[in-house]
Ligand binder design. Structure first.
Ligand code: SF4
Length: 325
């Protein structure tokens, strides 16, 4: 299914009711029948310092309105230990492009989390060399998030001025060569996006043979250049993308922590999460950051990632068991 770009584009363009009856409900059922349940991850943003200037991101270097922090490995490991105590077997460690963190520190953070008993560690810490990705894999990381964000080269180079599309694709290839699984995806319906570009984005996810699609609609962040160009991306389009991805790649993980109608609820919107699960998404996150730092990990406004209790509610309402890993 969805063997060609033309088929993807046709599905993106058709009336929503037709899309729902043709694809969306089938995608949700396909995932439900897989028996994998809601895949859970504990998530820790261990540094919000970033050298980059992505035009859409609240943590961009140029945004002086958020307090910056960096957790040394021992401080971060005290928080990841809480995730283990809660029963999480998967950990997602994330940061800005913090060149001051020290690669040895990152290696010891990964190795320390592994010693705590995490069975899967995923990372999103920016662009490194192939040799560094190999070292992170050897230290215990199994998956690396390197989003291409937008497959349109001109859009990418405009919105990500601290790197370029060619360099990003080289980093993606390096992650794959390192032996880690690749998580990658796009931002849906950012100002300047189109259905044609979205079809290309979906095609690229297939070509990259990703393990996880960390896809979200565009969500504006205050004090960023792109927030001046347009508001939040379409909730309907993210659901269409989720369903297409599920039918196209049944084994892939897809972020279910999606926003809903009220932007204040961020990624923890119950209806947004349930709609995403019904379309075939399956991954929810619990934030390990204490409240003050959770606010400062400000990639978007109202990020709002709730914890285990919210996951249990989503499990009950969707009738899918929690898969703690
Ligand atoms: S998207 Fe990542 S690299 Fe870009 S500014 Fe935000 S934290 Fe930095």
């Amino acid at each position: 299914m969805f063997d060609t770009r033309a088929e993807i584009l046709e599905a993106l363009e058709m009336p929503m009711e037709k899309f729902r009856s043709s694809f969306l409900d089938r995608a949700g059922e396909l995932y439900r029948d897989s028996g994998r349940g809601i895949v859970t991850m504990a998530m820790l943003g261990y540094s919000n310092i970033c050298r980059s200037q992505c035009l859409y991101c609240g943590m961009r270097a140029g945004n002086s309105s958020i307090p910056r922090y960096r957790m040394e490995p021992l401080e971060a490991l005290r928080l990841t230990a809480v995730g283990r105590e809660l029963g999480f077997g998967r950990l997602f460690l994330i940061s800005g492009e913090d060149m001051g963190y020290g690669f040895e520190n990152l290696l010891s953070l990964v190795a320390g989390a592994r010693e705590q008993g995490y069975r899967q560690i995923s990372l999103a810490c920016g662009e490194f060399t192939l040799e560094q990705y190999r070292q992170l894999h050897a230290a215990g990381a199994e998956e690396y998030v390197m989003k291409f964000e937008m497959s349109d080269i001109e859009d990418f180079n405009r919105l990500n001025p601290s790197t370029d599309f060619h360099r990003r694709m080289e980093a993606i290839e390096a992650v794959k060569k390192s032996g880690m699984k690749l998580a990658s995806g796009n931002i849906v319906d950012y100002p300047g996006h189109s259905l044609e570009k979205m079809a290309d984005d979906i095609e690229l996810m297939r070509k990259l043979d990703i393990s996880w699609a960390p896809v979200v609609p565009y969500m504006p962040a205050a004090n960023t250049p792109l927030a001046l160009e347009g508001g939040r991306g379409s909730l309907e389009l993210i659901l269409r993308e989720i369903a297409i991805l599920r039918l196209m790649m049944p084994q892939v993980n897809i972020t279910a922590g999606q926003p809903g109608e009220d932007p204040k609820n961020g990624f923890g919107d119950s209806q947004g999460n349930l709609d995403a699960i019904a379309a075939g998404a399956n991954v929810l996150f619990a934030d390990l950051l204490p409240a003050g730092k959770a606010d400062a990990f400000h990639v978007v406004d109202n990020r709002n990632l709730p914890g285990l209790k919210h996951m249990e509610t989503m499990s009950r309402l969707s009738c899918l068991e929690l898969n703690m890993g």
